[in-house]
Design a protein around this ligand. Structure first.
Ligand SMILES: Nc1ncnc2c1ncn2[C@@H]1O[C@H](COP(=O)(O)OP(=O)(O)O)[C@@H](O)[C@H]1O
Ligand SMILES: [Mg+2]
Length: 306
């Protein structure tokens, strides 16, 4: 993607994209749509690539800096938001640590996290604070989202009276399915379901209020939790543009989504049938998407992720 020849090696490698991580003498124990997880014995290494998925299909074209944006935002929240603890973050490995584990340490720097090895719960903990996306569609059809009846007359992007917990199953293959709180209770037990709901809403509310002060609207987000012994830890990625809908005021007053909406819009206009394999993304779509990811990171972190 980057043609910045003639720069220092550091700069060049920082602008290279990572489609798939490579550790020395080690295969990932899990390769998801975006990340590879490596078993390091007592702990795990979570590597976030520059892959982008939409409609649950991974595109062949990487988005420069995306993996670093997701990693650095997650680290920020794991470390600074009290409600986001306890969580799985141990440390971000430095280049020297990476040099012991991969032949391309500079390509991996900024996108790797050493995390505690957990047993992920099979539920995605979604919190919605506004009417967006599938929630808006459901509200128009039924005046409710799952079991949450909502007041009449709400419009797209409107705030809900209070944030709602709308879990989904983690489908091993294919699309996640929304479930009611009662179904979640049946899957993980009532006590755990109540704990997941309480913690998810607490994290969402704390982040929403902080972001609002910076002029960013957090519309909805998804958390994952996992057991580490008898501790329930917040795991995976947190409050990133892949897991959340961040809105900024647009020039015409309409909110602009700082995420992969640009790719979804392009895909909807294209003749791709939303099934594997996805087509290469045009350069302009890649550029605009990378810019959105970097811009939201810049606003939240106060520095430039490259
Ligand atoms: N600390 C952890 N211990 C074990 N598994 C984890 C941990 N953190 C995240 N995971 C799991 O690693 C995977 C991350 O890869 P990802 O590409 O996001 O997968 P997916 O395609 O399912 O979204 C997820 O399945 C997530 O549940
Ligand atoms: Mg994921």
């Amino acid at each position: 993607m980057s043609e910045q020849t003639g720069e220092t090696r550091q700069t060049v490698s920082h602008t290279e994209t990572l489609i798939r991580s490579r550790l020395r003498d080690r295969e990932p124990t899990h390769a998801g749509k975006v990340r590879e997880m490596y078993d390091l014995g007592d702990e795990m290494l979570m590597v976030t690539s520059d892959r982008l998925s939409a409609f649950d299909v991974v595109f062949p074209t990487p988005i420069p800096s995306k993996g670093r944006v997701l990693t650095q935002l997650s680290v920020h929240w794991f470390r600074t938001l009290p409600a986001a603890s306890p969580n799985h973050l141990i440390a971000e490995p430095d280049v020297r640590w990476l040099a012991d584990h991969t032949d391309e340490p500079e390509l991996h720097v900024g996108r790797c996290l050493r995390v505690r090895k957990c047993d992920p719960l099979p539920i995605e903990c979604v919190v919605r604070g506004r009417l967006e996306g599938s929630g808006w569609k459901e509200y128009q059809e039924r005046g409710a989202i799952q079991e949450h009846a909502l007041p009449e007359g709400l419009r797209l992007h409107d705030a809900l009276p209070e944030p709602i917990f709308t879990p989904a199953t983690k489908a091993a293959s294919g699309h996640d399915e929304n479930i009611t709180f009662e179904q979640a209770e049946r899957i993980v037990g009532s006590d755990v379901a109540a704990m997941l709901r309480r913690r998810s809403i607490e994290i969402f509310t704390a982040a929403r209020d902080l972001l609002a002060k910076a002029g960013i609207t957090l519309a909805d987000t998804k958390f994952e939790f996992g057991w580490c012994g008898d501790e329930l830890l917040l795991i995976d990625e947190v409050l990133t543009p892949d897991s959340s809908r961040f809105l900024l005021p647009g020039p015409d007053g309409e909110p602009v989504a700082m995420d992969k909406q640009f790719v979804r819009d392009w895909a909807n206009r294209s003749d791709w049938n939303r099934e594997y394999p996805a087509p290469e993304l045009p350069e302009e779509v890649v550029r605009q998407t990378a810019e959105r990811y970097r811009e939201i990171a810049r606003r939240i972190l106060g520095w430039e992720v490259v």
